[in-house]
Design a protein around this ligand. Structure first.
Ligand code: CS2
Ligand code: MN
Length: 357
């Protein structure tokens, strides 16, 4: 594995490349062109400039998170043809610039969903949290009222008006889209992009849906072992792989994380490692990476990655906000740096132990 940190680019991130460079064992960043829109072609020049900036700081670009997928592709609309052509052009430009791992997700309308961005934990840190009752209380009609400025409606944290501009129309478009349709549309997309991935050796790494079940009546398919195996088989090419995100698959306590990892040998191209603390099965918060702070056995997760011979980039995922840091929720420096050091420690111990026999 290669330890990395996610970096949003200097215009958006509070964390600098110089700081990242000083985290022991981190040589690579996972980055993106954060100001591009889904469907847009990423130009060769911009990719080159991004790489040069990262390399000038003594780091390298270990992969992209994310090249986002336009909703029309997920919806299977005729306009997807042009949009997939654009995606292929972006992949070509990334490949020409020697970038070989692309993370993306296939979640309708929203990326991750949390109900609180700063829940206080007993140690005084604040974390992202999810409570199912809070989501259930949020009937879509109320959501749209609140977007229109009705303060009685409850807007979800992190859902800035921008992100929601076309949400109502999108909900309407997804009304008749089933899980089967979504699988079909994903298959169509993957089949179209595999030739360019083969040509440039680009590993596509789908990120799981978070939480790992349908929210607001929207279909969600990248949620468990069965569905992910189906996805691997339906486009059976090693470049069609996954981002194994412990914190996203782990939202569903029925997902056996080490077992899932073992079942994906050769197809995990990127790993997000984080811990969750469950207060009940319907309420969880994002704990420190350390096993004893949350509900997962992090040793078993890292061990499973080691055992399958995982060689791709790995990163700590959402961190807590600690030591007074002000940053994008989940993406401060301090707790993610602690997470990287901890995962590195687990890996070193597992590796030395294995080599000793
Ligand atoms: C990430 C996701 O911050 C996060 O929760 O794990 O947003 C992830 O970057 C995307 O889903 C990948 O496309
Ligand atoms: Mn993740």
């Amino acid at each position: 594995m290669e330890m990395t940190l996610r970096w949003y680019g200097k215009d958006f991130d509070t964390v600098t490349l110089e700081q990242i460079r000083q985290i022991p064992g981190v040589k690579g960043v996972i980055t993106t062109l954060y100001d591009t829109k889904p469907g847009e072609v990423w130009s060769r020049e911009r990719i080159k400039a991004m790489k040069a900036e990262v390399e000038a700081a003594g780091l390298h670009v270990a992969g992209i998170e994310s090249v986002n997928i336009h909703e029309d592709i997920k919806l299977g609309k005729p306009s997807r043809e042009q949009l997939i052509d654009n995606y292929i052009e972006t992949l070509t430009n990334l490949g020409e610039e020697d970038i070989h791992m692309v993370c993306y997700n296939f979640m309708p309308v929203f990326d991750w969903t949390r109900t609180e961005l700063a829940r206080k934990r007993p140690d005084g840190s604040t974390v992202l949290a999810y409570n199912q009752a809070a989501v259930d209380a949020l009937v879509p009609e109320k959501m749209f009222d609140s977007i229109a400025g009705d303060t009685n409606g409850s807007l979800m944290p992190g859902w800035e008006p921008d992100r929601l501009a076309h949400v109502k129309e999108l909900f309407d478009e997804y009304k008749d889209i089933t899980d089967e349709d979504l699988f079909e549309n994903l298959k169509y997309f993957l089949e179209r992009i595999m030739p360019v991935c083969d040509k440039y050796d680009i590993n596509m790494a789908i990120h799981p849906d978070d939480p790992a079940w349908p929210v607001f009546g929207l279909p969600r398919i990248i949620i468990n072992k069965e569905n992910i195996q189906r996805m691997m088989k339906m486009v059976d090419n090693p470049h069609n792989g996954v981002t194994f995100c412990s914190g996203s698959y782990g939202t569903n306590l029925e997902n056996d994380l080490p077992d899932m990892i073992r079942s994906l040998k050769g197809r995990i191209h990127f790993a997000h490692v984080r811990n969750l603390k469950f207060n009940s099965k319907d309420d969880f918060e994002e704990a420190a990476h350390l096993s004893s702070d949350g509900s997962f056995d992090m040793y078993e997760i890292v061990k499973a990655l080691y055992d399958i011979g995982f060689t791709g980039p790995i990163r700590p995922d959402h961190g807590r906000m600690i030591w007074g840091e002000k940053a994008m929720p989940g993406y401060g420096l301090y707790d993610r740096a602690l997470g990287a050091a901890y995962i590195n420690g687990l890996w070193e111990a597992i590796e030395k132990n294995a080599k000793r026999g």
